[in-house]
Design a protein around this ligand. Structure first.
Ligand code: T1G
Length: 708
């Protein structure tokens, strides 16, 4: 018996405990260990039944996702998979009871469904989350699940991949018993109760497979939902098709169809991208020079300066996490407006059934509005979220530095300004850090954590842990202008304007990126965020502009006309009361006039050029960021773009997209743009180097950056 699966037996029941921390994935050796245990139980006449349970914090959380990369890269062949294990479980002469705590996900749930019975504690979750990796259940999940829970629920579970709590799973018939008290004891007692009794294999149960007419409606609705909510994704449609096969084909043929669809998805670029994202979201938490065991400060109370859109959203994040927060403004009117906005946001969530009125009341009670620094002296963290001006920020940091307790972290929500310069206004630069939230701060998952040159490791470790507490994905970035996300977004939005000036239609520019998978095109995004935000920053940095280098013209002109975007019901587009964009003749006229004034003869611009100029503007700046060590890894940049800028997960992120496209090809295209459009398209030296060395961004370690 391998030490991955531990065998014990007593009182007529054999217990197989999977011991593969941290999540009992079905890594090589685990299926084999369970098979050995089943054979041992079959040969032991004193054993009448078997319990399969997870050691540690969970049942089996699925196949080992790390193995997929080895299969798709050709490093290892996709063997027989779990089929022998599933057959052995299903045909075991001693009935097997799956005992579930923590998670039974993916292959874990598929293994459990091949068992005779499933019992669980009510705090556990079950599910088939494979679509979140761009694949589908590949071990019978799409064939057994509809036989246990019915077609409609099975389609939803496989198409969206969301977890189901055990009480609901029990009501559906997926779990046979919800156990109070000790799971193992309860499972052994349950096993003793069914030992020696006949078992109906799940594969032989067809009573829940519904009728052709019922199922036609179910699958049509599922496909409709996929078109609306899972645009361009391959796996959800494959999952629907596999479950449909369970209703039209004999079991074994259904299994074959599932296997065919699984293989198709596994080798797709979408799955490679989404698996890259799965591991990337965990990798960003690893800071090379801040070890896991670094001490963290407890964050039991917070204070926010500024109750505007950002400050109010940040205060909501703390209240949502159960952390009391003081919210300061400079005038009663501004404070009242900020609190009213928070109240409205919560009320909207209650109205949509996201949480109850008492949850809203509890969260509101955690927020204390103030016009003074009362309550700041005890705060464990103070977050500044005021107007994006350096003078004001330094004034505020000097004030709070004199008030805050010595171990209070001072964070700025600045989106572009230097953390080092802000820290210089305090006597505690080691306690100063950037916490750059993304608007709306209470919704967007991304938190750019900006490390100043003096920021201590404890403050960084605390910020990374706090991101998790606030339900954010924290990514540590360096202190350069615009940090990572906005620094790349500048060239991206600049190119969007240049393309329009050169002849591209504004809707074509937005549509190309929408079709690529972005949540919204670059011009619509500008209208959403407010064109005046960039305009103000350009004015703040006007003195740094290099004469003779081409600058975008149109958004300054739109702002001069008072067209800031959605907030003024007009920017690049006009907006109706439901904020639906439509073309505006005034903008068309402005574009013609600006082209004439700039002496530009408009030309037809292909979709390829639009897409490549926008994507490679991101990649070129991302390469500079990587080379300077302002991001620790290329995957950090990808995670920033997925969680802060609406980049599609099934494309993996801008740097992953470049790696998949081929750095050599990207470099050639950037060289073309450099010849056509001048110095703004100077290729980043790292791209030239990686192209020459045949390497990828993913293979460029922080140690090679100039900052290391
Ligand atoms: N394979 C390999 N590593 C995994 C893993 C998995 N399935 N799940 C987690 N890890 C690693 C993770 O990378 C991290 O590593 C550590 O475990 C802790 O994870 C055959 C084909 C179970 C809810 O999609 O959803 O089965 O960073 O930080 O927050 O048809 O992990 O420490 O080095 O996420 O407590 C289907 C994926 C697979 C489940 C626990 N299963 N995992 O969350 O810990 S495909 C999944 C999760 C499949 C079958 C198909 C979560 C969790 P490191 P963590 P957590």
């Amino acid at each position: 018996m391998s030490d991955l699966v531990i065998y014990s037996s007593a009182n007529g029941v054999a217990v197989l405990t999977v011991n593969n921390p941290p999540v009992n994935a079905l890594s090589p050796g685990v299926p084999e260990g369970i098979l050995d245990g089943l054979q041992k139980a079959a040969q032991d006449p004193s054993v009448g039944a078997v319990v399969l349970i997870g050691g540690g914090r969970s049942f089996i959380a699925g196949a080992d996702i790390k193995e997929f990369g080895k299969i798709t890269s050709g490093e290892k062949k996709r063997g027989v998979g779990l089929a022998p294990l599933l057959a052995a479980l299903e045909d075991s002469p001693k009935p097997v009871v799956a005992a579930i705590h923590g998670q039974a996900f993916g292959g874990g749930l598929e293994v459990a469904m091949a068992c005779a019975y499933r019992v669980a504690i009510d705090a556990a979750n079950v599910g088939q989350p494979e679509v979140k990796l761009g694949i589908i259940p590949g071990a019978g999940g799409t064939q057994r699940l509809p036989r246990l829970v019915g077609v409609e629920k099975a389609v939803a579970m496989c198409q969206f991949g969301d977890p189901v709590k055990v009480p609901a799973a029990h009501a559906l018939g997926l779990i046979d018993a919800v156990l109070e008290g000790g799971l193992l004891e309860g499972a052994i007692a349950f096993a003793q109760g069914i030992a020696g009794k006949p078992v109906r294999r799940v594969r032989d149960r067809n009573e829940k497979l519904g009728t052709a007419a019922e199922n036609a409606a179910i699958f049509a609705a599922a496909r409709d939902a996929a078109a609306k909510r899972q645009r361009a994704l391959m796996a959800p449609l494959a999952a629907i098709q596999a479950v449909e096969a369970a209703t039209t084909l004999p079991f074994e043929d259904g299994i074959k169809e599932e296997g065919r669809l699984f293989q198709e998805c596994l080798f797709s670029s979408q799955s490679k991208a989404m698996i890259h994202v799965f591991f990337g979201e965990r990798t960003v938490a690893k800071i090379p020079d801040v070890p896991k065991e670094t001490a963290v400060f407890p964050i039991r109370s917070a204070a926010i300066i500024g109750a505007g859109t950002m400050g109010g959203g940040i205060a909501m994040n703390y209240a949502n996490a159960g952390i009391p927060v003081v919210l300061k403004e400079t005038s009663q009117a501004a404070l009242d407006k900020g609190v009213a906005t928070i109240r409205k946001n919560y009320a909207n969530s209650v109205a949509k059934g996201r949480f109850s009125q008492e949850t809203m009341d509890r969260r509101m009670a955690l927020i204390t509005p103030t016009l003074s620094y009362d309550g700041f002296a005890d705060a464990d963290i103070i977050v500044e979220a005021v107007f994006e001006g350096m003078a004001l920020k330094k004034e505020i940091f000097a004030e709070v530095d004199a008030i805050a307790k010595s171990d209070c972290i001072l964070a700025s929500n600045t989106s572009t300004l230097s953390i080092d310069e802000i820290a210089s206004a305090t006597k505690r630069p080691h306690m100063v850090i950037g916490h750059h939230f993304f608007s709306p701060a209470n919704v967007m998952r991304l938190l750019e954590i900006v490390r100043g040159k003096s920021t201590s490791k404890e403050v960084i470790a605390t910020s990374m842990a706090l991101a998790k507490t606030l339900g954010k994905i924290g990514v540590l970035v360096g202190n350069c202008r615009g940090f990572v996300g906005n620094r790349m977004f500048g060239p991206y939005r600049r190119e969007a304007q240049f393309l329009v000036e050169e002849g591209a239609d504004i809707e074509a520019v937005d549509r190309v990126m929408y079709d690529f998978g972005m949540a919204m095109g670059p011009l619509q995004v500008g209208d959403l965020a407010g064109l005046d935000v960039g305009w103000r920053i350009r004015k703040e940095f006007r003195h740094l502009e290099v004469p003779g280098v081409r600058k975008p013209l149109l958004e300054d002109r739109l702002c001069e006309m008072g067209r800031y975007g959605q907030k003024t019901l007009g920017g690049w587009y006009a907006y109706d009361e439901n904020r639906r964009p439509k073309r505006d003749p005034m903008v068309e006229e402005l574009i013609v006039k600006v082209r004439e004034q700039a002496g530009i003869t408009p030309r037809a611009i292909s979709e390829d050029e639009i897409r490549d100029r926008l994507l490679y503007a991101l990649v070129n700046e991302g390469a500079r960021i990587l080379e300077e060590g302002m991001a620790l890894r290329s995957v950090d940049i990808d995670i920033i773009y997925l969680n802060g800028y609406g980049f599609p997960p099934h494309r993996g992120g801008p740097m992953f997209h470049a790696d998949i496209t081929g750095i050599g090809k990207v470099y050639e295209r950037i060289q073309e743009f450099h010849q056509q459009h001048g110095p703004l398209w100077t290729p980043a030296p790292l791209i030239e180097r990686l192209a020459r060395e045949g390497r990828t961004f993913a293979g460029f370690p922080y140690q090679e950056s100039t900052h290391a």
